[in-house]
Design a protein around this ligand. Sequence first.
Ligand SMILES: *Cc1c(COP(=O)(O)O)cnc(C)c1O
Length: 367
Amino acid sequence: MVDAVRQAADEGAWGRYVGRYGDELRALLRERHGVGHAWLCSSGTAAVELALRGLGVVAGDEVILAAYDFKANFTDVLAIGALPVLVDVRADDWQLDVDKVRDAMTSKTKAILISHLHGGSVDLARLREIVGDGVPIVEDACQCPGSVIDGRPAGSAGDVGVLSFGGSKLTAAGRGGAVLTDRGDVIERIKRHVMRGNDLSPLSELQAAALVPQWRSLDEQNEQRRRSTRSLHGLMAEITGLRMLIPPDHSRAAGYYKVGFEYDPTVMAGLSRETFCLAMRSEGIAFWPGFRSLHRIHAARRFRAAGPLPVADRADGRIVLLHHPVLLGTDADIEQIVVALRKIQHAASDLSRRSFEIPPAPWDRDE
Ligand SMILES: *Cc1c(COP(=O)(O)O)cnc(C)c1O
């Protein structure tokens, strides 16, 4: 990767608006996803907004999404002037409950935005059966690039797919994103929105140069992350208080940007989730509380809840995430996670009586 960036720099690509690195990345993404178009842009957040605009979503329309989802997905809907309609997540894996989508639909529903989160996947095939072809689906694959869901590359099964190349993601360029689609009309609307004599939301040549080799080694790395997650799941068999949300399954080529868990403080002597994660991090293991549920952090007038959201409430208070880098470590690194878990479980009642200063999660920090 460093070689590719150095070469791009040597060629002067660092100073160019457009060139062969962007072309190469677009071609690679089209081919991998079997789609006609890959539009590069400045972030996954921008890509979600462009996907919705590309589908013709405008002010006053409604967009359905899970009540437990990445917060920018919600604000992207608001940015267009559309109304987020929140649907609860499934009781087992905390992914969008597709069986609840039908009841959330109205004549104003212009798109359904689904995100595969924390090593899991939304059942897109079933969603399509339920909603028919009338309402387009945006498939957010920011957390699982290169994974395969129901035999299709993640991001290629909706009307429009979205990828992120943000600094913490599995293919990273600091910032960056892409929109994938077969629909020429979507790309035309995106162009009309971003091309103002200049591109409102570009990806640079140097970023593209850094991404191409990462996409080439992604399958191998995804496989290693899957192996690590399987062995972690096995090693955790006797751990109580922490449930892996999506048990690894050999039939799925899952992507692991984060591995999601349900944390039960009652089994950990009442140790708060925040203190538990802090203790894990002080053992060198990147555990963090997950993002908040959308209905918990936004005023009620900003969205419509399609029914009660009890599982999203539960996820809001209980989700814990393991960040991906450790999954490329050695067997000993994975064993160390379980050693740390046992240690903290042992010390839980002592820890729960003390108070700690808890830093905000990186994604909750204002930059
Ligand atoms: C990271 C992420 C995004 C947005 O990506 P950025 O490039 O950070 O803007 C969107 N959706 C999900 C599910 C993500 O995890």
